[in-house]
Design a protein around this ligand. Structure first.
Ligand code: HEC
Ligand code: HEC
Length: 422
């Protein structure tokens, strides 16, 4: 009897122990097999990549028109206007096509002629501090002034631009920025611009009076500020990846309709883990806003390109930078420019980490269109085992497939908020 009693107690204890162990271990093993389970640290990383952490558009103190809807509506017209070009056929939209994530489909963009670099997407561009692949401008408005005077892009001068504004857009311009002088072809030579690459254009510019030059610059800058007011309204929408992060954060991970497939989730795990992509592609725009030399092959059709290292002096000496006379900012509001990293040697051949939002919708890739497909980009990363910043040598083919599958989940419609304002 007593033995039975002891045996029963022993049995009960053993069962309870088993249950206890089971309670402790079973859910854990089941959960660790569930691929939608993320550690707190991983959840924090997912949250930092989520579109919801973008926040509202950053203020641009150098452009007081940046949130003026009338300026944005005017800028939108200028963006699509082919009159501002040497052959009346090139507009910003030639190389930033709305139907192609605001890029074009060429390895090297083509306006009046072929440029040495690939076009760049515009969705969410206002969240950047530096613009172009090398960051040679520090605001969206000064960025917009570059292509107009580039011989390879729009191929006209600022004086010609001012003339077109005074002729075709006078009323709209004056209602925003005040009166402009009569700009006649005879007294305002149409080629006049402070050009390094064209002695005649430079001579015509120098021969104009300082008042004329300032009047032209003002109109030119206001065009840039209006275009920037439009461009900053181009933003990405939430993608399947963002919906997935919301499901994970809401602990809704047994939902039969998870926003990502198993392969996509495996790719996401690699992206933030083993493949080290978030070393550079981090934050809600998937960029660290820094410049890196990845050791890419040169595009044979493009000249050798120093990237960021030459852009540092360019942005510091630009008359259109945040500290310049045409900026609306107080010098204290230009920290990026004042504290710019000037170690140009470090940045030889370095280019801006691009956003990966919408990346699979806009081949080809890299600053000179070196790769035709995302797969080629991933193969390149794998081949860089010797580069300590990359070092993805041990990724298997299956893992490359998963990374590629994940990159597809960053696509979403791109819209301009300005369209709603109109
Ligand atoms: C001939 C094609 C072409 C035209 C026309 C053109 N762009 Fe671009 N755009 C490019 C290329 C190429 C780059 C990258 C250039 C570089 O890094 O040197 C670029 C870069 C940009 C960037 C920088 C994006 C970033 O992430 O830094 C913005 C913004 C932009 N363009 C807006 C415009 C606007 C606004 C216009 C019209 C005023 C315009 N572009 C006209 C081809 C063009
Ligand atoms: C050391 C920083 C760094 C790391 C790590 C990194 N990237 Fe990049 N990525 C860049 C830079 C910089 C570029 C643009 C380089 C250029 O054009 O010169 C780029 C370009 C790309 C592009 C082409 C985008 C376009 O619009 O042309 C893709 C796709 C990409 N990276 C995906 C990844 C993936 C996936 C990983 C992880 C396997 C990764 N990157 C790791 C910095 C990095």
């Amino acid at each position: 009897m007593r033995n039975n009693y002891i045996r029963a107690i022993g049995f009960a204890v053993a069962i309870s122990l088993l249950l206890l162990i089971a309670n402790m271990t079973v859910p854990k093993t089941v959960l660790s097999m569930d691929q939608h389970t993320w550690s707190d640290q991983e959840k924090a990383i997912l949250g930092s990549l989520w579109i919801g952490s973008l926040g509202s558009l950053p203020v641009d103190p150098s452009n007081k028109y940046s949130d003026n809807p009338k300026a944005a509506a005017f800028g939108r017209k200028l963006f699509f206007e082919d009159h501002f070009s040497g052959n009346m056929k090139v507009s910003c939209a030639t190389c930033h096509r709305e139907d192609y994530s605001f890029t074009d489909n060429l390895p090297l963009s083509h306006g009046m002629d072929t440029t040495p670099r690939r076009s760049m997407p515009l969705a969410g561009v206002a969240y950047n501090s530096w613009f172009f692949w090398d960051g040679r401008t520090d605001s969206l408005w000064s960025q917009a002034l570059g292509p107009i005077e580039s011989k390879l892009e729009h191929g006209i001068s600022r004086t010609m631009s001012a003339y077109i504004i005074s002729k075709y857009y006078r009323e709209e311009y004056e209602s925003l920025f005040g009166p402009i002088p009569e700009i006649t072809e005879d007294k305002w030579p149409q080629e006049a611009r402070p050009a390094q690459d064209d002695p005649n254009a430079l001579k015509a510019w120098v021969l104009m009076t300082p008042e004329q030059r300032d009047a032209v610059n003002r109109i030119y800058v206001n065009m840039g500020k209006s275009i920037a007011a439009f461009v900053r309204t181009i933003v990405p929408q939430p993608s399947p990846f963002d919906h997935y992060v919301e499901q994970v954060q809401a602990a809704d991970t047994t939902n039969p309709r998870m926003a990502l497939t198993n392969d996509e989730v495996a790719g996401l795990r690699l992206f933030i883990g083993k493949a080290k992509c978030t070393n550079c592609h981090n934050g809600p725009m998937f960029t660290n806003s820094d410049f890196h030399n990845l050791g890419l092959p040169q595009n044979k059709k493009a000249a050798s390109d120093e990237g960021r290292s030459t852009a540092i002096t360019q942005v510091l000496s630009s008359e259109f930078n945040c500290l310049g006379k045409y900026s609306d900012a107080h010098p204290n509001e230009c920290p990026e420019l004042r504290f710019i990293d000037t170690s140009d040697k470090k940045y030889v051949g370095a280019f801006k980490t691009p956003t990966l939002r919408g990346v699979t919708d806009r081949p080809p890739y890299m600053h000179a269109g070196q790769f035709a497909t995302v797969r080629e980009v991933l193969e390149f990363y794998r081949s860089q085992a010797q580069n300590p910043e990359l070092g993805h040598g041990d990724l298997t083919d299956k893992e490359l497939n998963q990374l590629e599958a994940f990159l597809h989940t960053l696509s979403s419609p791109v819209t301009s908020l300005q369209a709603e304002v109109k």
